[in-house]
Write a new protein. Sequence first.
Length: 255
Amino acid sequence: MTNPRRIVLALSGASGSIFARQLLRRLAEAESVGELHLVVSDTARRVAHEELGTKAATVAALAEQWLEGVDRTGSLITHPVRDVGAPPASGSFLHDGMVICPCSTATAAAIAHGLTSNLIHRAAECSLKERRRLVLMVRESPLSLVHLETFSAVTRAGATVIVTSLALVHAIGLHTSRRAQNFLVIAKGALILGFVALGLYFGENRWPAWQPASREHGVTLPFVTSLLFVAYAFSGWNAAAYASEEFEAPRRDVP
């Protein structure tokens, strides 16, 4: 293995433990990752217990349970969340990227405003100031203006924010994914029928001679009118609710 990467994975107290477990397993078995540092907050361990039934008193115990059956290719180093003297808390600690998954909005706000109270905050602060990759995987919906301004602040500072709310539908199970898919199809069909009804009511019994918007309307109007045709000519947009990977518990999830 050439040039093994050093990755920092942190879990804060937000819903979405299944994402964290899958990410930890993928990183542990990736040949390109030679050193993986794991930090888990106390609230994250509680959420993991409530969502996945994981009972772990320490970060190391949680990792052992989640990595059962995984063929590890690199080393795994765990750090207590209150150990602000751990290597990831130093700017001289060189790494190839840090991911906070899931990232609570409180953690995102602390990072955005430079408030350091634990190792996750400090490691993220060092990643930003040293211009290293930082990814925040947020599981929150709906988003308030406070959330949006927080995400805007951390993005301007150099982080990447990924909102995983839609992907959570896949993780919950096939039944939820199926209902979301049906809803999107019905919504699309209802809108099409609505446009047809309006056309029959207000129309003149002839096909419209559509003309693209002129330049005097600027760029926005032509772009929006073009998207209307694309939205109803392409059916792939509503496929976002389809589950794309194998199910963890097929007897429970597959109808």
